[in-house]
Write a protein that binds this ligand. Structure first.
Ligand SMILES: Cc1ncc(COP(=O)(O)O)c(C=O)c1O
Length: 446
């Protein structure tokens, strides 16, 4: 019997099938030869609504060009160019040699969590016990788990823009709605507490703060955080995720304040930090969350059913990193000094360019420059530069410098330059960028 002709077989498998046909369909799937069967390649709506990370896409594109022999200067990645300090690396090697290669507790080793508690007390003025700490495979995982743990479908996640690319997408993964709070370059991209207040409702569940900020390098002053805390305190449902991963990469006189240390904020703050940036440990994949036990345990539950504990070797290295002394000691301050020199060089160099607006970064290793003056320019053989994405494509084409368009961070007027590269490389990049911009004719000046 030709079953295929006797029943209605839904080849796309997209539409729900009638229950009585399901068994027959299963038989059919087995009988139809692979050349006539259409495989169901549909994806979950959750994935379909997700944007891929533009920073990662551009980094991959630039790496492919470099591998093909194109002399691209890559200033797109959010990764220090320094090696992991040797004391930390040695601790990892010793861990392997000593057979420290087994699963650790889901929340992280007691040794590391105790060291984190000590760091948070000494450097940040916040008290936690080890069961209020969850160590994960990078701060990215810590943030995602926190969003998944506290947001219900339809909740709102408030995110000041420019934002780190992953925040809105993580909110979407949790079936929550990102609410973007724009800021201004003229106000150093800092959130206005009045704007925050005006956007809060009973749906507001989580405010994400990032200081020092990726992509702007802005650092929230203590007084401004206090004003934000006053607004937050009036809303019983509102929690704050404070992403402090760039805390040590900060340029005096700017100073770092942990949101949880502000009066009344400990109970509602989830503090995220990690080892990737300050200790140049991106590949070790180590980050952590600190917060009230109830929330930390919920995040731990998610982790226990997904990745389990972070790598045992990385955790040993993390203990060594925290043993380097206050704020990472000399190893970290040497890197910060180099970042500062590069920042000063770039701010001065781009300050000399017509029409470019700058907010001098106070931390992290990014410069978020407003290049919108050049939008509208027509380039022979390229077309019109109509936003940050086309300007970045143009700069990759013409100057062979890879940068990230600001629209990935929620601000199309800007472009992000990562200065986690040597001063010599940055000097070459500036020359190339200036050369490419000179041939543009901005419409606003014509
Ligand atoms: C603002 C911010 N938060 C968190 C992370 C995640 O860091 P990791 O997962 O490497 O610890 C990054 C990495 O780029 C970042 O820029």
């Amino acid at each position: 019997m030709n079953l295929a002709s006797s029943v209605c077989f839904d080849r796309s498998l997209h539409k729900p099938r009638q229950p009585q046909l399901q068994k027959v369909s299963a038989v059919l799937k087995a009988q139809i030869s692979s050349d006539t069967m259409e495989l169901d390649i549909s994806l979950s709506p959750r994935v379909n609504s997700l944007k891929p990370s533009k920073t990662m896409a551009i980094t991959d594109q630039a790496t492919a060009l470099a591998q093909a022999g194109v002399p691209v200067i890559r200033l797109a990645a959010g990764e220090p160019d320094f090696d992991t300090p040797s004391v930390i690396a040695e601790a990892g090697i010793t861990a392997i040699r000593e057979g420290y290669t087994r699963y650790t507790p889901n929340a992280g080793t007691l040794e590391l969590r105790t060291a984190i508690c000590h760091k948070l007390k000494e450097e940040n003025g916040i008290s936690y016990t080890p069961n209020e700490i969850l160590v994960s495979n990078g701060a990215k995982q810590s943030i995602l788990q926190a969003v998944l743990a506290v947001c219900s479908p339809g909740d709102e996640v408030l995110i000041p823009a420019p934002f780190w690319v992953s925040y809105p997408e993580m909110a979407r993964l949790a079936d929550a709605n990102p609410v973007i709070l724009p800021t201004n370059i003229s106000e150093n991209f800092l959130l206005d507490p009045k704007l925050l207040e005006s956007k809060l409702s009973e749906k507001s569940r989580l405010l994400i703060l990032c200081s020092p900020s990726n992509p702007t390098g802005s650092v929230y002053p203590h007084e401004l955080l206090e004003q934000i805390a006053e607004v937050v305190a009036r809303h019983p449902r509102l929690l704050v995720l404070s992403d402090e991963i760039y805390e040590h990469i900060i340029y005096a006189p700017a100073t770092h304040t942990s949101f949880a240390s502000l009066p009344g904020m400990w109970d509602r703050t989830l503090t995220v930090n990690g080892f990737s940036k300050a200790f140049a440990m991106t590949g070790w994949r180590l980050g952590y969350l600190a917060g009230p036990k109830h929330f930390v345990a919920a995040c731990g539950k998610i982790q226990s059913q997904s990745t389990s504990g972070a790598g045992s070797i990385s955790q040993k290295a993390g203990v060594a990193a925290l043993g380097l002394g206050y704020a990472g000691g000399e190893a970290v301050s040497t890197m910060v000094k180099a970042f500062r020199e590069r920042r000063d060089f770039l701010v001065k160099s781009f300050g000399e360019l017509d029409g470019v607006k700058i907010s001098e970064p106070q931390g992290a290793f990014y410069l978020f420059l407003d290049f919108s003056f050049y939008y509208g320019s027509k380039v022979d053989g390229f077309g019109v530069i109509n936003g940050s994405e086309s300007l970045c494509r143009y700069l990759l084409d013409k100057a062979q410098v890879a940068l990230v368009p600001g629209d990935a961070f929620g601000d199309d007027s800007c472009i992000r330059i990562s200065y986690a590269e040597s001063l010599t490389t940055l000097q070459a990049a500036v020359e190339r960028i200036k050369g490419a911009l000179i041939s543009l004719k901005p419409v606003n000046t014509v």
